[in-house]
Write a protein of this length. Structure first.
Length: 274
């Protein structure tokens, strides 16, 4: 004899199940920088990607169960290719792709016993930062239009809090990457992420045709070193400037003091000694 479960309880159980599955995965961060959009994933694998290209100006990032978000990625590539071929390549947009994903995820969530344990970001780089598009999709098909940065998977709240404190609009690629890595490390204070433990890609608006580019470990290490050197140089320069300012204040402070007596010429001093 089947048991009755209210729709509200059934939806709640599905949502809790999906959230727990997503939280078990490693985090992904997506954020804007001065020349485009940066994707950074805590992912040491070089074969199972969490970040992928969808179309000329569009990229995809996901957390959760690999086989489920890989099916969604392949479906998105097919959608983009067919629409770009039938109509025009400019008709393929991140908003259209996000709507397709939202319908698929919403249908799966409501009509199947097991929801997809995935969370997605679909991003499209524009001609400038104002026209960049970043859409976040959750397991139930909800869509959010994000600006600046997004964190998903793992301890997403801790990552997002770190991004809130460290993110700056118009950052360089090296600065944005360092901010993203620090945010990922915020989940565990004892963990230090090396370049080989990261999957990094960009949508660079300065490139031609295909704007997606995956960064190799050597390039990631160079960018992180450049960011660290820039931060240390800026802090030391500030300290030196502060010391100089302090010394200047000491010499000029206080009321008009008695001027010091000029030194005697060397020959006079010698005569005194005689």
């Amino acid at each position: 004899m089947p048991f009755y479960v209210s729709p509200e309880q059934q939806m709640k159980d599905k949502a809790d199940y999906a959230r727990k599955g997503i939280a078990r995965g490693r985090s992904v961060v997506v954020l804007q920088y001065d020349d485009g959009i940066l994707f950074v994933a805590d992912n040491p694998s070089r074969a199972l990607h969490k970040i992928s290209e969808i179309y000329d100006r569009i990229a995809f990032a996901a957390v959760g169960k690999y086989n489920e978000f890989e099916n969604l990625r392949l479906g998105g590539v097919r959608y983009a290719d067919i629409n770009g071929y039938q109509y025009d390549r400019r008709d393929v947009t991140a908003r259209g792709l996000a709507n397709v994903y939202a319908q698929s995820l919403g249908t799966i969530f409501t009509e199947t016993n097991k929801p997809y344990e995935v969370e997605l970001v679909v991003a499209e780089v524009g001609d400038d930062a104002e026209t960049d598009q970043i859409y976040r999709l959750t397991f139930d098909g909800s869509v959010a239009d994000e600006h600046g940065y997004v964190a998903m998977g793992g301890q997403a709240d801790a990552v997002a809090e770190s991004l809130k404190d460290g993110y700056r609009e118009g950052s360089s690629l090296a600065g944005a990457l360092r901010t993203a890595v620090r945010a990922l490390e915020a989940q565990d204070s004892d963990r230090h992420l090396e370049a080989t433990s990261l999957e990094v890609a960009v949508l660079d608006r300065n490139r031609e045709h295909r704007l997606f580019k995956r960064l190799a470990a050597a390039r990631i290490g160079d960018l992180l070193s450049a960011a660290d050197e820039g931060a240390s140089g800026g802090s030391s320069g500030g300290e030196d400037a502060g010391a100089d300012a302090g010394s200047g204040a000491d010499t000029g402070s206080g009321p008009a003091s008695k001027p010091s007596k000029p030194a005697k010429p060397a020959e006079d001093a010698g005569g005194d000694e005689d």
